[in-house]
Design a protein around this ligand. Structure first.
Ligand code: DX5
Ligand code: ZN
Length: 211
């Protein structure tokens, strides 16, 4: 499968977000990863609907929205209206993942479901064929710039063995040191924040994630 890179603007310079979006697009990134944190599901607060609405026009790339929030169901429609192309929510935050996937699909968007590092990957198996993408967190969600958790590689392998064509995204600690490991394990969508946005030459780092 072709490797796609989703640039997490959590590590961008927020004072120059439109320039940062242009830099990611011109550097060969395939998607913009938009991390939403509510200070409840995770111990951090990032940005939400008005920010997405305001920056959406500055990029031609698809927006890959990652909801790290306790009540994803309530925010699907606002993020869809604000310009999301795909919305990923956490399995740990809902008892009705199929209902949320249906809602995302009814708005014409791609639906992703994420699991934290300690959540059993087999909980995602019943959603294969319903969701468009699985997101395996490779750090505890909440902050950029953390170290990759190597135990998550087995989860990626198991899910890839279960499904040969599902999009499998990974998020957290992805750099030239870990990209080949997650790709070999079966991931095909790589989120990267600090490794891309703190680079002097983002294009060369983006290419290293794909090579
Ligand atoms: C963390 C976020 C990530 C974060 C990744 O909870 O979901 O998307 O931006 O940052 P890096 O690539 O720096 O680990
Ligand atoms: Zn993320």
């Amino acid at each position: 499968m072709k490797t796609l890179v989703s640039a997490s603007i959590l590590s961008a310079d927020f004072g120059h977000l439109s320039d940062e979006l242009t830099r990611a697009e011109e550097s060969g990134c395939d998607m913009i990863h938009f991390d939403v944190m509510d200070g409840h599901f995770v111990p951090n607060i990032s940005y939400g609907v008005p920010v997405l609405k305001s920056i959406r026009k500055y990029s031609g790339l698809p927006f890959d929205v990652h909801l790290m929030i306790s009540d994803p169901n309530a925010y699907i429609e606002p993020f869809a209206k604000a310009g999301a192309d795909g919305i990923t929510f956490h399995l740990e935050a809902t008892a009705n993942p199929v209902g949320i996937i249906d809602k995302i699909h009814s708005l014409g968007l791609k639906a992703g479901v994420s699991v934290k590092p300690k959540t059993d990957v087999s909980l995602l198996y019943p959603l294969v064929g319903i969701m468009d993408m699985a997101l395996i967190m490779t750090v505890e969600p909440g902050f950029g710039g953390q170290g990759f958790i190597y135990e998550t590689l087995e989860k990626i392998k198991a899910l890839r063995e279960y499904s040969s064509d599902l999009d499998i995204e990974v998020d957290g600690g992805i750099s030239d040191k870990t990209a080949h490991l997650v790709r070999e394990a079966g991931a095909n969508v790589l989120v990267s924040g600090s490794y891309l946005f703190r680079a002097a030459d983002m294009a060369s780092n983006c290419k290293l994630l794909k090579d």
